[in-house]
Design a protein around this ligand. Structure first.
Ligand code: APR
Length: 270
């Protein structure tokens, strides 16, 4: 049963339905809120759950890696373990369904693989991926099986896990997480694809991001400056809210299936 088969749980703002229904090219910028209903905590919610022990801005950094690479490597193994156990939510699935009727380019700040597991093709992972460790010296992707936590049934690995990072099979340098850390530049190719997706769009959906971290937060501004409508889907207000063409106070897993259902219903209209 597709989530969009379900009656819409929330009313879809008319402007949102019209902008997306009439759009041939949709760019979707997603953040941690997109994965929240899959059980993965966001970054900036109260220091609970996923971030109870560490402030991401401290541990997701080059300094943390140089000071204690075993703690950082173990933390990312744990985050990958959490992400693997999560399932795509109805919002991820709705975006994959939307792509069956129009071009949908997903640009995500998320490092999980839930969009891909829902069936979407992701145009750019702006902040990298939990599942792309690489040599910190030669950049060779690391494919070793020890790049994931082995847990016995019922065992719950701790976010304070310390695991010595493996070494590169080619140059014996350290293998690092495939994540863009605070202070590091975004991958040039990913950024280029993200900007191209936004500028080619008829409408940009911004889902589940606080719009606080640049340069990712620049993308909706780029769209607005180019006269491209921007729709924000977020239960909370963000710095984008007062500039967005439409703000829809709803969550990803309720808004997106309702939106797709509304479009399908409209499409079915004679
Ligand atoms: N549906 C939609 N949005 C949600 C939901 C939900 N179910 N739950 C929370 N949100 C919203 C919050 O209101 C918030 O605006 O998602 C946003 C999450 O914001 P952050 O935690 O700041 O996550 P994000 O915007 O992705 O952070 C950007 O910061 O820490 C770095 O690299 C990290 O990629 C991350 C970047």
């Amino acid at each position: 049963m597709q989530p969009s088969d379900r009656p819409a749980e929330v009313a879809v703002p008319h402007a949102v339905a019209e902008l997306v229904r009439s759009g041939a090219d949709i760019a979707v910028l997603t953040g941690a809120g997109m994965s929240r209903e899959s059980g993965i905590s966001t970054f900036r919610e109260a220091q609970t759950g996923l971030w109870e022990r560490f402030d991401p801005e401290e541990i997701a950094s080059v300094d943390a890696w140089s000071q204690d690479n075993a703690l950082v490597w173990g933390w990312y193994l744990w985050r990958a373990h959490v992400a693997r156990r999560a399932d795509p939510n109805d919002g991820h699935i709705a975006l994959a369904e939307l792509a069956s009727s129009r071009s949908v380019s997903i640009v995500t700040q998320n490092v999980d693989d839930l969009h891909e597991r829902a069936g979407s093709r992701v145009a750019a992972h702006l902040h990298g991926s939990l599942f792309a460790p690489r040599c910190e010296h030669c950049g060779t992707p690391y494919l070793g099986s020890d790049a994931e936590i082995r847990v016995r049934d019922g065992e719950e690995p701790s976010p304070e896990l310390r695991v010595d990072p493996p070494t590169c099979m080619h140059c014996l340098s350290l293998v690092r997480p495939g994540i863009v850390w605070f202070g590091e530049p975004l991958p040039v190719d990913a950024w280029g694809r993200a900007e191209a997706a936004v500028l080619a769009a008829d409408v940009v959906l911004v889902v589940g991001t606080s719009n606080l971290v640049y340069p990712a937060a620049r993308l909706p501004e780029t769209a607005l400056e180019a006269g491209i409508p921007v729709i924000e889907i977020n239960p909370e207000v963000t710095p984008l809210s007062r500039h967005a063409s439409v703000t829809w106070r709803a969550t990803a897993a309720t808004a997106l299936p309702a939106l797709v259902a509304a479009i399908n219903a409209g499409a079915a209209r004679p």
